[in-house]
Design a binder for this molecule. Structure first.
Ligand SMILES: Nc1nc2c(c(=O)[nH]1)N[C@H]1C(S)=C(S)[C@@H](COP(=O)(O)OP(=O)(O)OC[C@H]3O[C@@H](n4cnc5c(=O)[nH]c(N)nc54)[C@H](O)[C@@H]3O)O[C@H]1N2
Ligand SMILES: Nc1nc2c(c(=O)[nH]1)N[C@H]1C(S)=C(S)[C@@H](COP(=O)(O)OP(=O)(O)OC[C@H]3O[C@@H](n4cnc5c(=O)[nH]c(N)nc54)[C@H](O)[C@@H]3O)O[C@H]1N2
Ligand code: SF4
Ligand SMILES: [Mo]
Length: 708
């Protein structure tokens, strides 16, 4: 038999927001190599160590290939037909017995990197009508989306730092050297940051930890967790006070700027210094530099979204960019112009807020979703509307969400649980049925979400690397089949959707570069498919005020609910009790949330899951380096190893999320051998950004002591 030929495929990496282009060589069913695609116009050959682990995902013996059902505590393989029929029947039964809201949904992060989830997920949601939708959005970027909705009228009209042309980039609570950029798709973050410095620009980082990005920055400023809002308000105050405003072309399109000036007044430099630990002089200089640098931009990510004042921080960052004239200006923060789902006035999906509230705590919905922090109480609190069945899609909330122990019990106590996932992990071990989609390399790929958030406009479509087995289903096919069955059982009409590439192709033709709007470019899927490395669509371009999606056509500088939330900020009494430390997270380039710990090449070497603590804090508690310590919060207690480092500021401890796989029933052979603990057993479902309901996973008060 002749050996099959070596084939070269081009495929985007779907693991993180950087969406690097890959060159994958295969022979038959074997992956020979995974390298960076040098001809990818945006990533230009860059990859990080996670990319090669895509081969491990594909080959992993622990990855489920067939649907499984739990029978007397044991997993047995079942046919797709049986799986779909059983799941549909159980969901409909639940709704018949306990009402529509008795079924809940949780959608995790990888669904956003797998476009069939985005195009087809709503089919199932429409078939199984419930108000109980949750997702990783409210553990993450909800404050960004809510702020864009409130100020610019659309949750995805999010201005992106023009990193390749700015001369001053101020980052709060983001670590692109490890994360490779977030809400700022920027493949090869290390080079882009170096280039900024090489052209004489300056990188400033505010972070309670000297992160990998702080390490390469021109200036690193330690800031107390959760206190950034004081710094940002003091910058706003200084800009007004010293008349440093440069409103530029948006001047006539700003509503309620005066409200901002008045609201910022009480938050002066002295207060900011007292609350944040950043000296008044440093904040003042920063305000001056932002105002006086021709091309400057301020940006904030996880550390300032997923904390107690997430929405105030994201709003204040937008306001500063407006005040210094950075919004919608080259080298500042600009709207993106993707080929699909370009946001302009009237674009669907702008958002809605507070249309209804959660049953138990009354937290508000946003865009049809309730905050993930209420998921456990909605499952655990009896009464009408209690969640009795869950559908999880590409998520692992028992490791990723606040108060993980409560969630673990909640999932264990469900009457029915179906998971779309290919691993039996800390969450899905509680499922009754698991529906494993095809491997990432077995389906085609288009980055609907991340082209929208990228520092440069581009487009790229990748066909599947391997043909899927006959007896397997893509996520989108499962959505089609399950939604059809649910509709049939309910006696409703149903029309399945065509394959995702057809939907995107149709969208592109009618969108910004499509023949109907742009006959000169007339971009279509055929042209995109003919360019396997992707097509560069150029740098970000100014588009405001035309693209504003607000009713007034103007920017709402002072949304009421955010201005009202400043009340909370002005309540300055320290909530930190004596001896308490503030817990923050941390990401590492070799890890990816909770699901990339099952591959030897990513977990080998020195451990990366320990608690980081400042030597002074250890000394004060008589804790030795490498000792076992207990960390205790309002909701939980874990035991792990501590390492002494002045990377974290005094009063702060850091523990990465995503670990804690040693649970009975988890079937991830390598992950379960890792010692890291689940830091979300410490994070608190009642500790939230009250304006949005987003979890505050950073800045959680904890006590640390030696294990006795
Ligand atoms: N303390 C703390 N907690 C955090 C964070 C933090 O910084 N600190 N970060 C938060 C953030 S930003 C996020 S985004 C969340 C992530 O939280 P989640 O989205 O809940 O968790 P992931 O670890 O991404 O889990 C993804 C699951 O999807 C499965 N999966 C992967 N690809 C596919 C696919 O193509 N189809 C299907 N059906 N399943 C797939 C994997 O097997 C895995 O089980 O965690 C949050 N939690
Ligand atoms: N390697 C790798 N890359 C990833 C991921 C991953 O798990 N691993 N996850 C992906 C996902 S889902 C996301 S959302 C992005 C996140 O992308 P980033 O936000 O860039 O990544 P983080 O490492 O979470 O950075 C948060 C920073 O905020 C700091 N911080 C914590 N609390 C505070 C605070 O109160 N104030 C300030 N100023 N800083 C604070 C932390 O010390 C940390 O350095 O990364 C994506 N990329
Ligand atoms: S930075 Fe790494 S994980 Fe992220 S897309 Fe690029 S290669 Fe993949
Ligand atoms: Mo995330």
């Amino acid at each position: 038999m002749s050996e099959s030929a070596v084939q070269t495929h081009y495929r985007a990496c779907h693991l993180c927001e950087a969406i690097c282009g890959l060159e994958i060589k295969t022979q038959g069913k074997e992956i020979l190599s995974i390298r960076g695609d040098k001809d990818d116009p945006i990533s230009q050959g860059y990859i990080c160590p996670k990319a090669t682990a895509i081969a491990d995902i594909h080959n992993d013996p622990d990855r489920l290939r067939k649907p499984v059902k739990k029978v007397d505590g044991q997993w047995v393989e079942i046919s797709w037909q049986e799986a779909i029929d059983t799941v549909a029947q159980r969901l409909v039964d639940m709704q018949n017995r306990f009402g529509d809201d008795s079924v809940g949904f949780y959608a995790g992060n990888p669904g956003v990197h797998n476009y069939g989830n985005l195009t087809h997920g709503s089919l199932l949601r429409r078939a199984v009508k419930t108000k109980n939708h949750f997702s990783a959005t409210s553990l993450d970027q909800l404050p960004h989306q809510l702020t864009s909705y409130a100020m610019y009228g659309h949750q995805f009209l999010i201005p992106i730092p023009d990193i390749d042309r700015t001369d001053l980039l101020v980052i709060l609570g983001g670590n692109p050297m490890a994360s490779n950029g977030s809400i700022m798709t920027m493949p090869n973050a290390p080079k882009r940051l170096k280039d900024l410095q090489a052209r004489g620009g300056k990188l400033v980082v505010l972070d309670p930890r000297r992160s990998e990005t702080a390490e390469v920055a021109d200036q690193h400023i330690f800031v107390k967790p959760g206190a950034d809002a004081y710094v940002l308000m003091a910058i706003i105050n200084t800009l007004f006070d010293e008349n440093l405003l440069k409103l530029g072309h948006l001047e006539q399109h700003l509503e309620d700027l005066e409200t901002v000036r008045v609201a910022a007044k009480p938050f002066d430099l002295e207060l900011a210094e007292k609350q944040s630990g950043v000296s008044a002089g440093v904040i003042k200089t920063l305000a001056h530099e932002l105002a006086n640098t021709e091309r400057a931009v301020i940006y904030g990510r996880m550390g300032v979204s997923v904390q107690e004042f997430g929405t105030v921080c994201q709003w204040a960052i937008q306001v500063i960019n407006i005040l210094i004239g950075a919004l919608d200006r080259e080298g500042g923060a600009l709207p993106t112009s993707p080929a699909f789902a370009y946001v302009q006035k009237g674009t669907k999906g702008g958002g809605h807020f507070k249309l209804f509230n959660s049953r138990v705590s009354g937290l508000p919905e946003f865009g049809g979703e309730l905050p993930a922090v209420v998921m456990a109480e909605e499952m655990l609190t009896p009464g009408e509307g209690q969640i009795k069945a869950m559908v999880t899609i590409a998520g692992n909330p028992v490791i990723s969400s606040a108060n993980a122990s409560d969630l673990d019990s909640a999932f264990a106590g469900l009457e029915f649980f179906v998971a779309f996932d290919f691993y039996i992990n800390a969450t899905t071990r509680h499922a009754d049925i698991i529906l494993p989609p095809t491997s990432p390399l077995e389906h085609d790929h288009y980055d609907i979400a991340f082209f929208r958030l990228a520092v440069r406009n581009s487009t790229r479509y990748n066909p599947a690397v391997f043909a899927a087995n006959d007896d397997s289903m893509h996520d989108w096919e499962i959505f089609n089949a399950l939604a059809a069955k649910v509709a049939e059982l309910k006696g409703n009409d149903f029309r399945p959707l065509p394959a995702p590439d057809l939907l995107v192709a149709h969208g592109i033709e009618h969108d910004h570069y499509g023949v109907h709007n742009n006959p000169d470019i007339a971009l279509d899927m055929n042209k995109i498919k003919a360019a396997p490395h992707g097509i560069d669509l150029g740098p970000l371009v100014p588009g405001l005020p035309d693209r504003l999606a607000t009713e007034s056509g103007k920017i709402d500088c002072a949304p009421d609910f955010i201005i009202n939330d400043l009340e909370r900020l002005s309540n300055v009494a320290s909530k930190v009790k004596s001896g308490e430390l503030l817990l923050i997270g941390r990401r590492h380039v070799r890890s990816n949330n909770s699901w990339m710990h099952n591959y030897h090449r990513l977990v080998k070497g020195k451990p990366r899951w320990q608690l980081m603590m400042h030597p002074d804090d250890m000394h004060a508690r008589g804790i030795d380096n490498n000792a076992q310590v207990t960390i205790e919060s309002r909701v939980g207690k874990v035991t792990t190893t501590v390492i002494a480092t002045d990377e974290v500021m005094p009063g702060v401890v850091s523990l990465p999320h995503g670990w804690g796989h040693k649970k009975p029933g988890v079937k991830m052979n390598i992950a379960t051998q890792q010692e890291g603990v689940n830091c979300n057993e410490l994070t608190d479902d009642k500790f939230i950004d009250a304006a949005s309901g987003n979890a505050a996973l950073n800045g959680v008060p904890v006590q640390v002591s030696t294990v006795v």
